[in-house]
Design a protein around this ligand. Structure first.
Ligand code: G4P
Length: 542
């Protein structure tokens, strides 16, 4: 099959949600439809649960699960679907942000009882920044949830996106009768249970039809009123509005009962985008270009402590990835080849000979690859969109065994390359500051440094709450600022200057006091001299 057809066939997306909204359950039901798995319960939740077992055991278990479920591939209706897994725990949010750089669209799961939760808002912010198309699935309709119009308003207000319901619930909780498909104008009746029963669907040409009353009782009148209101409030749905990330279509259902999932999957197949163009530092890369390009968005290391191997997850953006073919490692300026690349069909790892745009390839690596690395067929380009986000908790890494200093250096270097945390350097490397978005990562770091590298350390809390990357078009102004705030300036892994602030108030006063210095909340920003992509997402403060 020509590359263009292979590309068109692929749909690469992530399911995102606040923990417990039903991401794992929905993933499993989608895989069941596609024959990717055959029994319920096969997809393990990647949540870290506080249980009787030690947290460290949970962390190790979770790492195993995240490799097994990092990419789940199945075929459905002539499409090849790649679901990229995102961690369930909020302390690993940065991993999720990076995974979102490798997808073409997302399905956002909301719990109808809880509505839009904190993590949902943060994840949507990242989707908005990249203009990723979003479909919303309102889950757990078998529970007494919030009124659907209220949920729609909350989605619009909290997520800053226009919504357009494509199905509508008939009742909820104990009164839940089914959903009305606003587009096809048919009613799908609900029966609790784990299988989807197609015969329960009936067509209703006209909502005044009394058959509706005999099937759903008093809920029929509520539905009529709701549909009238929906027709008055929401504009007709267009695929273009969805693809440009201006409008999010909304579905209702119950993942646990496999209800409304087929509707969701079928619409997804119809409207979700195939692999899209991607922005690199020098130009926009189109998926149908002949030469291979792609980037690493995730790394898993040392799963087997006896082997120092790592698996890098590589997203193909254009061209064809081939086994044993030499590709250009742009950052290291050298050629690399991979003899055992694999994919993740039907939850099995198998070695592949080629992969196409939209695919994710697992690459065994001995330390050459880090997050954001780009492979090409010779062109010197790097993909944008895999930024480091500003951490919020900071600790100084102090060696407690001078004999094991080397192990500590190697360990922290590799763990930060893997993306577990970010490392900032002060005093020419003598002082190392580790920054994360959650406390749990510090447990992971200490545990792994001790167990995998034989290093011994303390992590001493620091008072910082924010890290900002600094740029300027007036070098003298930046120099003055860096001298003035000397103790709060550090260098990131790429040698970029970073300001560590002790409070939001202090940060704002610095922004005010130094108008010629730009403060950025992620590591990826245009420098003042780089104006080739005026619409590139940046989050400069002020
Ligand atoms: P997550 O990955 O987003 O964190 O959520 P997950 O799918 O693990 O679901 C969280 C809980 O919500 C699970 O219950 C799951 O069974 C339940 N759930 C998911 N979809 C529905 C639904 O449509 N209706 C209802 N009533 N519940 C739903 P749990 O008790 O935490 O776990 P488990 O013991 O059932 O696995």
């Amino acid at each position: 099959m020509p590359v263009r057809d292979e590309t068109e066939k692929r749909r690469t997306f992530a399911i995102i949600s606040h923990p417990d909204a039903g991401k794992t359950t929905l993933t499993e039901k989608l895989l069941l439809f596609g024959g990717g798995i055959h029994t319920a319960g096969a997809v393990k939740s990647n949540k870290i649960k506080k249980t009787a077992t030690s947290d460290f055991m949970e962390i190790e278990k979770q790492r195993g699960i995240s490799v097994a479920t990092a990419v789940m591939t199945f075929e459905y209706a002539d499409r090849l679907i790649n679901i990229l897994d995102t961690p369930g725990h909020k302390d690993f949010a940065e991993d999720t942000y990076r995974t979102l750089s490798a997808v073409d669209s997302v399905i956002l799961v909301i719990d109808c009882v809880k509505g839009v939760e904190e993590q949902t808002e943060r994840l949507m912010e990242v989707c908005r920044m990249r203009r990723t198309p979003v479909i919303v699935f309102v889950n757990k309709l078998d529970r007494e949830g919030r009124p659907p119009f209220e949920l729609m308003d909350e989605l619009e207000n909290k997520l800053s996106i226009t919504v357009k319901p494509l199905t509508w619930p008939i009742g909820m909780g104990a009164r839940f009768k089914g959903v009305y498909n606003l587009h096809e104008k048919n009613v799908y009746l609900f029966h609790a249970g784990k299988t989807s029963v197609e015969e329960n669907r009936f067509l209703i040409e006209d909502l005044t039809d009394t058959e509706l009353d005999s099937r759903v009782g008093t809920e029929a009148d509520h539905l009529r009123e709701d549909v009238e209101l929906i027709d008055g409030v929401y504009d007709p749905f267009t695929r273009d509005d969805y693809l440009s990330a201006d409008v999010a279509p909304v579905f209702f259902g119950s993942a646990l009962n496999n209800f409304g999932v087929r509707e969701l999957l079928e619409t997804f197949i119809e409207i979700a985008p195939p692999p899209r163009e991607r922005e690199a530092d020098r130009r926009i890369v189109q998926p149908d270009e002949e030469a291979l390009t792609g980037f690493v968005f995730k790394i898993h290391a040392n799963l087997d402590p006896r082997h120092r191997d790592r698996i890098a997850f590589f997203r193909v953006c254009s061209g064809v990835f081939k086994r044993d073919k030499a590709f250009r490692h742009v950052r290291l300026k050298k050629n690399v080849r991979f003899s055992t690349p694999y994919n993740f069909m039907a939850q099995r790892k198998s070695i592949i000979d080629e992969a196409f745009p939209g695919d994710v390839v697992g690459l065994y690596d001995r330390g050459d690859l880090k997050i954001g690395d780009t492979l090409t067929e010779g062109e010197e380009l790097m993909f944008r969109g895999v930024p480091s986000f500003a951490p919020e908790i900071f600790k100084e890494l102090v060696s407690t065994d001078p004999m094991r200093q080397k192990q500590l250096e190697k360990g922290i270097k590799e763990l930060t390359e893997e993306g577990v945390a970010q490392l900032f350097i002060q005093d020419l490397g003598r002082r190392r500051i580790v920054g994360t978005v959650g406390e749990l990562q510090f447990d992971v770091i200490r545990y792994r440094l001790e167990n995998e590298y034989g290093a011994s350390c303390r992590l001493v809390p620091l008072p910082y709450t924010r890290a900002c990357w600094l740029t300027t078009s007036k070098p003298a102004a930046l120099k003055e600022f860096m001298q003035y705030r000397d103790r709060q300036i550090a260098i990131d892994r790429d040698g970029k200057p970073v300001y560590l602030s002790e409070s939001e108030w202090l940060l704002n006063s610095m922004i005010e006091k130094y108008p010629d210095v730009s403060f950025h909340f992620n590591s990826e920003f245009k420098t003042e001299s780089d104006q080739r992509f005026p619409d590139a997402p940046t989050r400069a403060a002020g």
